[in-house]
Design a binder for this molecule. Sequence first.
Ligand code: APR
Length: 238
Amino acid sequence: MGQYRNIVILTGAGVSAESGIDTFRAGTDGQPSLWEQHDVEDVATPEGFARDPELVQRFYDMRRAAIQTKLPNPAHDALARLDAAWGGDLLIVTQNVDDLHERAGARRVLHMHGEHLKAWCTACDVRSPWRGSLADYPPCPACQARSLRPDVVWFGEMPYEMNRIYAALRRADLFVSIGTSGAVYPAAGFVRDARELGAHTLELNLERSQGSHLFHESRLGPASQTVPSWVDEVLAGA
Ligand code: APR
């Protein structure tokens, strides 16, 4: 691994699964996945929010409360260790809306699908740190309007900071995808982009994913095991 300098890491729900946060599609340990329990159209689209804002706010209130009871697992810890030690460029692009990468100590993290612990005011466009409920229409801390929504990117909305992500992909010589099914674009397309731009591409996932064939290399197993051993390997070769 000594030949690498600039790394982009894409993470998905599989990284947080062993912390007890539901994945969206493939269920773990026989548990139903989130989208088997809830209708995406109802709780993860702007149209669903317009139709029934209270249902959507209650859904995200529950998720926001739940993530605050969870802890980072060895996969988050290993990525934080890599972030601290790595002298080259490194960007952890996460699709996850939990804060477990940060709580493990990672600093170079970009939340392309937003964050549970922020509220977005659709009146003044300010995003504020948020830990409690949004269901009872609290005022925006910046403008006092009662127009706060979860700061989570829904289907049909543009993920955040795409320019910064593509700039990092252009510089990357190693692209690693961890715990994501490769079902949702644009994230699912990053492997193709990285590969075309000359990066080595590696997937770490519990099982073969929809996009496995696009990677130079796939390693299967739980993230709590595959990620620490991959990080050891990269740091040994650095
Ligand atoms: N270790 C590694 N991988 C795991 C583990 C584990 N312990 N447990 C599950 N996985 C894998 C699953 O096999 C699956 O391929 O993680 C992947 C999770 O896939 P999804 O549930 O589809 O999650 P993700 O890819 O992050 O979803 C992308 O979809 O609904 C949207 O906005 C939501 O950000 C999310 C996006």
